[in-house]
Design a protein around this ligand. Structure first.
Ligand SMILES: Nc1ncnc2c1ncn2[C@@H]1O[C@H](COP(=O)(O)OP(=O)(O)OP(=O)(O)O)[C@@H](O)[C@H]1O
Ligand SMILES: [Mg+2]
Length: 227
């Protein structure tokens, strides 16, 4: 056992392999991230950040190489195993929130709990609790379109955190937010990182966010080029 929560070994991703449009997006990524680290992934547009993050969270599979989380090689998982793995271990926060508008804030946060088989009443209680913690106690029955973008992102962050995933992945999680709201969201991330020792990996174009993280990993053209 090591205290590395995530290990990437010689990771390659080729989109559309064998076609004229094929893109070699990741070209041999090697990376180790320790439990409880808060890491920023930075680099120019198109360098492979989202591709790498999606593979780390089991949303996509590598063309070759291995992805180990807690010493388990997930690169060989089939769809069923991967879905279960994601559900129990990973929280995602995207730039565009990805909330369901036909559900209210509370119902959106309950989704991952219900997927884990939690009783409806217990899921309601947990969702309400976390929404109160992020300052949305008076918005739990609002639908996303009735909330500001910062409030929507707090719902999305609550949904990612409510199952206490060991690893939280954010793809430009504050990308569309103003600076004050971005600060609030970063404060939330820092708090759970310190209080719960949860590991965070945040893709960002913002130097300010990078500076809030303990470590910055730089990608360029599908490779790690510096820290
Ligand atoms: N589904 C796909 N099919 C084919 N090529 C893709 C696909 N997704 C990404 N790519 C290509 O892979 C490369 C890496 O894309 P990726 O989305 O990982 O970049 P990124 O670093 O996240 O960029 P950005 O900062 O703009 O979000 C790009 O050249 C992109 O065109
Ligand atoms: Mg991206």
């Amino acid at each position: 056992m090591t205290d590395d929560i995530l290990i990437l070994e010689d990771l390659h991703k080729v989109y559309g392999e064998g076609t004229p449009n094929s893109v070699h997006a990741l070209r041999g990524i090697n990376l180790r991230i320790k439990k409880g680290e808060m890491v920023a992934i930075m680099g120019p547009s198109g360098c492979g950040k989202t591709t790498m993050l999606n593979i780390c969270g089991g949303l996509d599979t590598p063309t070759s190489g291995t992805v180990k989380i807690n010493d388990i090689d997930i690169s060989t998982y089939d769809d069923t195993k991967m879905t279960r793995f994601r559900r129990d271990n990973v929280g995602f926060v995207f730039q565009l929130f990805n909330l369901f508008d036909y559900m209210n804030a509370q119902e959106n946060v309950m989704i991952p709990l219900l997927a884990q088989g939690m009783r409806y009443s217990e899921a309601t209680r947990k969702a309400t609790m976390i929404l109160r913690e992020v300052g949305l106690g008076d918005r739990i029955y609002h639908s996303p379109s009735e909330l500001s973008s910062g409030q929507q992102q707090r719902v999305a962050v609550s949904r990612a955190l409510v199952t206490h995933p060991v690893i939280i992945l954010g793809d430009e999680p504050t990308g569309d937010l103003d600076s004050v709201t971005s600060e609030d969201i970063m404060e939330m991330f820092k708090r759970i990182n310190i209080d719960n020792k949860q590991t965070l990996i945040l893709v960002t174009h913002s130097k300010w966010i990078g500076d809030q993280c303990g470590r910055i990993i730089r990608l360029s053209d599908g490779r790690v080029v510096g820290e």
